[in-house]
Design a protein around this ligand. Structure first.
Ligand SMILES: [Zn+2]
Length: 58
């Protein structure tokens, strides 16, 4: 489980926006970015290469 204090110090490496917990992933809160980072063994993997990109509209 990821605690809130850890989430508060994390930032999206792509756009530097704050992140939030979304299910079992860390999600960037920036609407234009929206990358989702995996959590492995309780440790957020804040790497752009590992992130899942949102589906683009259109
Ligand atoms: Zn971002």
């Amino acid at each position: 489980m990821i605690d809130k204090e850890l989430l508060e110090i994390l930032a999206c490496p792509a756009c530097k926006a704050p992140v939030t917990l979304e299910g079992e992933r860390i999600a960037c809160t920036h609407s234009g970015c929206g990358l989702r980072y995996p959590i492995r063994e309780g440790i957020p993997v804040m790497l752009v290469e590992e992130a899942e990109r949102p589906k683009k509209n259109g």
